[in-house]
Design a protein around this ligand. Sequence first.
Ligand code: HCB
Length: 219
Amino acid sequence: MTKEAIYHELADSVLSFDADVVVQASRKGLEMGLGPTEIIADGLGKGLETIGKKFEEGEFFLMHLMAAADAVKTAMSEVLEPEMVKTNTETKPLGRVVIGTVAGDIHDIGKNIVAAMAIAGGLEVHDLGKDVPVAEFLRKAKEVRADIVGASALLSTTLPIQHDIVRAFDSERLRGNVKIMVGGAPVTEEWVREIGADSFAENASEAVKVAKQLLNAKS
Ligand code: HCB
């Protein structure tokens, strides 16, 4: 079986809206030698993208988004996250990351993947969950003396909250110590420049790479 064929099978499994089918396809992906990030980025993520498009076009409804998201979350917690975390061989964390999905936004699949990959990459991760107020990002970052804050946003209506986060850290004069990495499907490099964030990442492995670059730049 080619890699492409497994990617197709993974993407199609999401369109079954059945957690067992997605779990099975993910296990098969691992058995065939794919890494958990590949399984998500090139397989399950493509399935979610298709569902998002069909939702936009009116072919699918909210219940479809919810069922697909539940199925992917099951595969992540049962199969993929444990695999990611297994690869962490660091004994001392390389740096501290506070991460969350911004206020008004409950899309947390991508953020969860970034958090799991960051742990696997040897970072100490404080996951605030979803729908997180700006003040909570600030409070937690101060409490744990975070090096990096990761803010995820998936909606055009919640994207501006990333700007609010940058401004909040600016006004508390924390930007020297805390680097801000934004992410989520609608985030572009242009947006990062516009709001004055430190960086962004298109996917979870990129996020870990960027986080390590930000840490190196700090030290
Ligand atoms: Co949702 N939804 N949704 N949704 N949803 C999107 C995002 C649309 C694009 C679908 C569409 O219309 N085409 C759309 C947004 C349009 C827009 O604003 N321009 C949309 C909408 C409209 C809505 C509702 C408003 C629908 C409604 O109620 N009428 C509603 C909003 C609820 C709310 O948040 N207040 C809603 C609800 C839902 C759920 C709950 C049913 C479900 C989310 C479940 C969950 O997350 N627990 C859902 C889903 C699943 C989606 C789609 C289909 C998939 C999102 C996803 O998980 N992608 C999405 C369609 C799409 O995005 N194409 C659709 C896969 C992950 C892996 O990608 O980009 O999140 P990611 O993360 C990447 C990457 O960005 C980066 O790394 C991750 C891993 O590789 N990254 C970071 C992410 N965060 C980072 C942080 C960092 O610091 C660094 C990197």
